[in-house]
Design a protein around this ligand. Structure first.
Ligand code: HEC
Length: 446
């Protein structure tokens, strides 16, 4: 435990990262496929000498530049800011394991930015063939950055042989690398159609709008197969313990799995509706509804991927609460607080029982549990434990039946302090008081 913990309480339990990541992931995948969408339509416009279509491509490229580069760039930096503050140990581990992966990713990212600027600012001014080549350079750079990030993200869920070899390549080409790449490429192409609806819906020319709506619907439909097939292959490639967590063990993942199975066909059907000739006023609203559905769909997928990794942040290597798996025996012996550089209380005494307990909660539980917050709130789920004794034995069994959580790490005294904090802690007690009031109200009836 080498790093401090950012104590977010209400917005803890992964809320902040979820908020930034889900938005960024949607936009960054759009940034990958969007290049191919632009050059395909541009080429078609040249072939058919279709000035209306060419004008649309130009307009769409401005929207694309703003959404993918400006907004995508900002949220991308936001991801680094968030993960570095929320989980410095895992961030450090990712950087150390994949130094050259990140460096290569940065090169492609620069390539992407330069190519997209040239593409946008020389639209209609450059020789047609060269302009298409610039578009291709953009698309290849963008896809390569997906290729690189995909290896690193996949490694967190399925590090595979890396656990033993610690070699860059076995971590990078991990067991879910290829299926995840197919799935993500499918998503990034599908999103071209989804965002294409948004720019097309505002075109004034009825026939042109209708034609582009149909083209966008095709851009959703064809890669959809790649996405569904890749997604299934991805799921099959996940090793057993994580698959069980996803399918049956974790109550939180079950909800997201349901959301995913509903959002996927709804996204498809909603997109196909756009291919029908409908009033523009409807299309102008409905295109944003489709973006919303895509956000929910992709968000649910990312939640499942993260949830399936529990209790780890890097599978079999580091727990979500920044503790390296290899350090656990040492921590059990020496005590958790003594082993944590940033804990205020190094040992449990009668005087600091509550504060030491709070520290333990912050360091061991707050990565996954918020306090009175929207994500995985600890308050309602501990209500049934009304004695410190009961909570203490729950902590003793933690991570055994509910193996989506790590074991409690530390000495018997530390476990008692944590149990005491959870049952009587000032932030969690609010509900305890209500419970006591309810009990008091109930008493006369008996
Ligand atoms: C790796 C993430 C993670 C960590 C770390 C974690 N939990 Fe959990 N915990 C969960 C999830 C997920 C659930 C299931 C929530 C639900 O029911 O929706 C859960 C449920 C619980 C429950 C209810 C269990 C039941 O069967 O009713 C308790 C109590 C609990 N956690 C306490 C703790 C305490 C105390 C800590 C710190 C020592 C902790 N958790 C650390 C993820 C975690």
């Amino acid at each position: 435990m080498n790093y401090p913990v950012w104590d977010l309480t209400t917005y803890g339990g992964g809320f902040l990262i979820a908020l930034v990541a889900v938005v960024h992931v949607l936009v960054s995948h759009f940034a990958v496929g969007g290049g191919l969408f632009l050059i395909t339509l541009e080429k078609k416009a040249y072939k058919d000498e279709d000035a209306g279509l060419l004008d649309y491509v130009k307009k769409h490229s401005k929207f694309f530049l703003l959404v993918s580069m400006v907004f995508g760039g900002l949220t991308g930096v936001g991801i680094w800011w968030t993960i570095a503050l929320l989980n410095p140990a895992a961030t450090s581990s990712l950087i150390h394991t994949f130094v050259f992966g990140w460096a290569a990713e940065w090169v492609f990212f620069v390539g992407e930015i330069v190519a997209l600027f040239i593409y946008f600012y020389t639209f209609g001014k450059m020789d047609r063939n060269n302009h298409i080549i610039v578009g291709w350079i953009y698309f290849i750079c963008a896809w390569m950055s997906l290729f690189l990030i995909n290896g690193i993200i996949g490694y967190m869920l399925t590090p595979g042989a890396w656990i033993e070899t610690h070699s860059f390549w076995s971590g990078f080409f991990n067991p879910t690398f290829w299926p995840s790449l197919v799935f993500r490429t499918g998503i990034s192409l599908t999103l071209c159609g989804v965002f294409g609806f948004v720019t097309a819906a505002f075109l004034k020319d009825d026939n042109l709008r209708q034609k582009i709506m149909r083209t966008c619907a095709v851009w959703v439909a064809i890669p959809f197969a790649l996405m569904v097939g890749g997604g299934w292959w991805y799921f099959l490639a996940i090793p057993e313990p994580a698959k069980t967590i996803i399918l049956e063990k974790s109550p939180e993942v079950t909800n997201y799995l349901q959301l995913l199975t509903w959002a996927m066909p709804i996204l498809f059907i909603a997109s196909m509706i756009m291919a029908i000739r409908l009033p523009q006023s409807f299309q102008k609203v409905f295109c944003f509804v489709i973006v919303g559905i895509a956000l929910i769909y992709f968000g649910a997928f990312e939640f499942i991927r993260e949830g399936g990794r529990r209790p780890f942040i890097i599978y079999d290597h580091m727990y979500s609460n920044q503790v390296y798996v290899k350090d656990v025996p040492e921590i059990q012996k020496a005590g958790f607080l003594t082993s944590s550089k940033w804990a205020r209380h190094k040992e449990v005494t009668d005087e600091n029982l509550m504060d030491a307990g709070r520290d333990l909660f912050k360091f061991q539980c707050s990565a996954c549990h918020s306090v009175n917050g929207p994500l995985n709130d600890i308050v309602p789920i501990v209500q049934k434990f009304d004695t410190v004794f009961g909570m203490d034995s729950m902590l003793n069994g933690l991570g055994k039946i509910n193996n989506y959580m790590p074991h409690f790490m530390g000495t018997r005294e530390e476990r008692w302090a944590l149990a005491n904090y959870i049952v009587h802690g000032p932030d969690i007690r609010v509900v305890q008081e209500i419970t006591q009031q309810e009990t008091a109200q109930k008493k006369p009836a008996h």
